[in-house]
Design a binder for this molecule. Structure first.
Ligand SMILES: [Zn+2]
Length: 115
């Protein structure tokens, strides 16, 4: 992904907004946070946002009626109901529902997001 200068500017503005949620640069008692505390706040927020972006990405993936088998390329039909999926990522746990596909030729089930 290539972020444009405008994208970066928007993300920096968003970062300033998010700082308000973490209480800014002061502790509850009004004393200033250390750099270490500010860094921990930033990492916690970044991880939560990263996981939310991942989750939204997999939820938005379109479920077609049939998908190409990643092994043989044959069309594999979609199964009836979407399956619950949970994945531990470097940004935290991500959960979503996704249709599984089954290739009759390979006798193999797969999720498109795993390929
Ligand atoms: Zn196949």
């Amino acid at each position: 992904m290539g972020l444009t200068a405008k994208d970066r500017q928007q993300l920096q503005e968003l970062g300033k907004e998010l700082r308000k949620i973490t209480g800014g640069s002061q502790r509850e008692d009004g004393t200033p946070k250390t750099f270490d505390e500010l860094e921990r706040d930033a990492i916690e927020v970044a991880d939560l946002i990263g996981a939310a972006i991942l989750e939204a990405g997999v939820r938005d993936a379109e479920a077609c009626e049939a998908c190409h088998c990643p092994k043989c390329g044959a069309m594999a039909p979609r199964r009836q109901e979407p399956e619950p999926r949970v994945l531990q990522t470097s940004r935290g746990e991500v959960s979503w529902f996704e249709y599984e596909y089954f290739c009759r030729k390979c006798r193999r089930a797969f999720f498109p997001s795993d390929q």
